[in-house]
Design a protein around this ligand. Structure first.
Ligand SMILES: Cc1cc2nc3c(=O)[nH]c(=O)nc-3n(C[C@H](O)[C@H](O)[C@H](O)COP(=O)(O)OP(=O)(O)OC[C@H]3O[C@@H](n4cnc5c(N)ncnc54)[C@H](O)[C@@H]3O)c2cc1C
Length: 469
């Protein structure tokens, strides 16, 4: 949960009639359900009886996929299934449904290992993150790509284990509530490693040259800068090479350029304080055209090196009021989708133009358009990068404006082929059926129906619609 308490951001709150309120992150979606956190395997199996049920991890999905009113909500993120261990022979980690991403990373660190990839927040359950299609960037960006085996309970409470190679495995490994409860997963891991982390404030036209040779690339686009050549913050990771130490090239803080650079790095904070000035601040930054470059070598044991290359976790360094009160994590609604990697720049420009058109109606995109490149293809049919490398595009808005983001999603998926959903952040609309493919929809539907007769596991209504359930 967020540091200001789970109820404000997501989670469950007790109510009078035995049901509790389940909330999505940012509280845009809410509903009453019979929430239970079983203390043992026997209690979990017992809880499957009586009425339809679904699973909740840490309720960090923005789009309400974890909010299904009226049923038994198995709140596994709050339950006691904390088993986690590392096997040095297979170099895999196995964990239960109550283990968080941070807990698994800490366990692996003690063995000199790390997760292959991860999202930018570590409080989610590992299994919830896998099932929502959570990704980082670079190679094997979608976390579920690392799964080698999983065990779930079917509608009769019987354990079913699937391994990579089983025909059903690719569907169950990223199944957003269609299979569950998933009781254990086994994941491949990698050795702890340092990386050369470079961050630039630059222009989109310079990105290809600066990112050449990088193993992981992410960019944050300033949405109201010049669409012909947007202002961006680019971040790359490379293997550490001899002679490439830390360096910093920034304008001095007490110059206009220096001030704008500092503002850009804290854009998410300033646009919260002065939303009316959001647009003009970005236009001014565009005119001043700041440039900077900073290189760090990440610490091998740093758990969040992908998002915060400085040593330790952000929360372990000096407290930063701006981060706590204003960061998009705690203030913005976030909607995301995947586009084919080679369409990224066209999609970004399209979103910038659409956002400009919506401005007279009072809508201003918050912060930055985030682009995380998933460098390779996944073999999981419901991954964002199934079929080819993809870019995950993240859009942010003030919470009251979340529905404008759904409109932008629909505009992008009407204008560009191959737009795929993020199961925890997209509006899950039927537009996605074509890109997901009739064959894969049918296979997932058949797998669900084989294990879950009516009255047992109940996916979210939007998912049910998509799969004709
Ligand atoms: C601050 C923040 C930052 C984020 N950053 C990123 C990011 O960098 N990249 C990214 O891709 N996403 C990101 N997300 C989205 C998030 O990773 C996903 O929505 C993730 O699925 C949430 O995990 P959870 O444990 O909270 O699961 P929930 O939201 O509770 O559930 C998600 C889905 O998993 C299912 N599920 C959960 N547990 C089980 C189980 N044991 N068995 C079967 N099904 C289960 C649920 O039924 C539901 O369908 C972020 C979200 C937040 C709030």
């Amino acid at each position: 949960m967020g540091r200001f308490g789970g109820l404000m951001k997501g989670g469950a709150k007790a109510s009078a009639d035995g049901q509790s309120e389940v909330r999505s992150w940012m509280g845009v979606f809410t509903g009453l359900a019979h929430v239970t956190s079983p203390p043992s395997e026997a209690a979990l199996i017992g809880a499957l009886e009586g009425r339809p049920y679904s699973c909740i991890g840490q309720s960090h999905s923005y789009n309400g996929i974890q909010v299904i009113p009226g049923i038994t909500a198995l709140h596994l993120g709050k339950a006691a299934f904390k088993d986690a261990h590392y096997d040095p022979v297979s170099k895999t980690a196995t964990c239960g449904p109550s283990v968080s991403v941070r807990e698994l990373k800490e366990l692996l660190r003690a063995h000199g290992r790390r997760m292959l990839n991860s999202g930018n927040y570590m409080a989610q359950t590992v299994i919830g993150a896998l099932m929502g299609g959570t990704h980082g960037y670079g190679e094997q960006a979608v976390m579920a790509q690392a799964v080698t085996s999983l065990t779930f309970l079917d509608g009769r409470g019987q354990k079913v284990t699937l391994n990579r190679g089983d025909p059903d495995f690719p569907y169950a490994a990223l199944s957003f509530g269609m299979i569950g409860p998933i009781f254990s997963v086994t994941l491949r891991t990698a050795p702890l490693e340092s990386f050369q982390s470079d961050a630039w404030v630059t222009r989109l036209s310079k990105k290809a040259a600066l990112a050449r040779g990088a193993i992981a690339v992410t960019a944050a686009i300033v949405p109201y800068s010049d669409p012909a050549d947007p202002l961006i913050m680019l971040h790359t990771l490379r293997p550490v090479r001899a002679g490439k130490g830390p360096r910093q090239a920034r304008a001095p803080l007490l110059t206009l350029k220096g001030l704008i650079e500092a503002l850009l790095r804290r854009l998410w904070a300033f646009d919260r304080m002065v939303p009316a000035a959001r647009y003009w601040l970005q236009r001014a930054a565009d005119r001043i055209d700041p440039r900077s470059h900073r290189r760090l070598i990440t610490a091998p044991d740093d758990l969040d090196y992908l998002y915060d290359p400085e040593p330790l976790l952000k929360s372990q360094r000096a407290p930063d009021l701006l981060t706590g009160f204003f960061s998009t994590t705690f203030t913005a609604y976030n909607l995301a989708f995947f586009v084919p990697l080679d369409a990224t720049e066209a999609v970004v420009r399209f979103i910038m133009e659409e956002a400009r058109r919506l401005r007279p109606l009072g809508f201003v995109l918050k912060s930055l358009i985030s682009v995380r490149e998933c460098a390779d293809a996944s073999d999981l049919p419901f991954a964002g990068n199934f079929g080819g490398p993809a870019a995950a595009i993240d859009l942010f808005a003030d919470v009251r404006d979340y529905a404008w983001l759904e409109r932008l999603q629909r505009a992008v998926s009407s204008a560009f082929p191959g737009v795929r959903p993020h199961w925890g952040k997209s509006a899950l609309v039927e537009d996605f059926a074509a890109v997901l493919g009739a064959q894969h929809l049918a296979a997932m539907r058949a797998l669900h129906l084989r294990h879950y007769p009516p009255g047992t596991l109940m996916p979210h209504p939007a998912v049910r619609r998509l799969f004709g359930l």
